[in-house]
Design a protein around this ligand. Structure first.
Ligand code: ZN
Length: 120
């Protein structure tokens, strides 16, 4: 994973999804970018776009544009994220539901410990 940039999305490290959650420390961490840094074709002949080399998802890409287009217009420097950001104070909540035919099933969500609820 070391040849990937960290996702540049402004709120990537604040989105409470299960894949970002690190249970041992109760934190939500920013993702790596979708593609590695290579600018050469992979074994299938596909070369990643620069968006894929700097962002994990379309959402993060669009949020970065929303935040930074004015900075670009005004010539203001934009911080390049070189360390893994994280947000503290999350836990995984498992909820049991009654499904079809009374068969129970579980859903999981990552929630802030301070009770601000966010569903995955
Ligand atoms: Zn991201």
């Amino acid at each position: 994973m070391s040849n990937k940039h960290f996702c540049q999305g402004p709120t990537c490290h604040e989105q409470p999804t299960t894949d970002r959650f690190l249970k041992s420390r109760g934190v939500v961490r920013g993702r790596y970018a979708y593609a590695n840094m290579d600018k050469t074709p992979n074994s299938w002949g596909y070369t990643a776009t620069s968006g894929d080399r700097y962002f994990c998802s379309q959402r993060c890409k669009f949020e970065w544009l929303e935040l930074n287009m004015e900075n670009i217009e005004q010539g203001r420097p934009i911080e390049f994220i070189r360390h893994r950001r994280e947000s503290q104070g999350y836990q995984k909540i498992t909820t049991e539901h009654e499904g079809w035919g009374g068969r129970p099933y579980n859903t999981h969500s990552i929630q802030r410990v301070d009770n601000r609820t966010e569903l995955d």
